[in-house]
Design a protein around this ligand. Sequence first.
Ligand code: ADP
Ligand code: MG
Length: 269
Amino acid sequence: ASKFQKPEHTRVVAVTNQKGGVGKTTTAVNMAAALALNGMRVLLVDADAQGNASTGLGISPQEERNDVYEVFKGEARLEDVLIQLEDIPNLYVAPSSITLAAVDFELGQVPGRYSILRDAIRETMDSFAAQGKAFDFVFIDCPPSMALLPVSALVAADEVLVPIQAEFYALQGVAQLVQTVEDVRSSRNEKLHISAFIVTMVDTRTNLAKDVSEEVRSHFGDRVLHTEIPRSVAAAEAPSFGKSVLTHDPRNRAAIAYLAAAKEFSALS
Ligand code: ADP
Ligand code: MG
């Protein structure tokens, strides 16, 4: 099998879809883990107040610890809130917790609020690069809305990875997402583009999953990763052990699929 491809420049990827429960967090965590376990240096930014990417990697909320909330408020530098994972040393996590839910309201009309995350990520990337530890990938796990946090992620990112759940309403809302990406591209971030769609939670026993996959492919063609992620109990359980599915149960089919998807993703552009 070919190796994972190291990008020439850091690829900053927003994992987004305004629908909840489609596999954004699972995809962000496991793509990040798969790349980091294969020699890539990866930063995962949890931009969801649910904090699922954080707790799912064993980082439980602690009131006294600064996280992405303080970064948005200008009270901490992103670099200073990073946690390096013991079982995946190439993966750094910027954790979040429920306090992040307040930023929409607290930053209300503050000018420049949409660029805070971008500037924080750039500063961290520069600092790591200066220490000879440049990141290969930055993943931003987004909440299911198009409010301050996910738009901040689109301003910060170069590319968008869109998880699509293999279910009947799979494409609902995706047209709006495509439009939002267009809007952010034309107003704030000319590099932004949707680099890939990934079909998640595929139940291989049903025709529905096959139909959805075909529909997504007829809409988005080559941009849909060939690798699809099967539904698996281990994928759903791994977060409760504070682990990616790749470290929780590496031989599980969802783990193997995320590994293949990450390799495919690393070969894009
Ligand atoms: P989102 O971040 O879009 O809300 P999640 O990644 O949290 O979605 O996934 C929603 C739910 O589905 C979670 O409970 C998660 O554990 C579960 N899930 C995600 N992917 C899989 C999978 N491949 N197999 C089984 N369960 C999954
Ligand atoms: Mg999520």
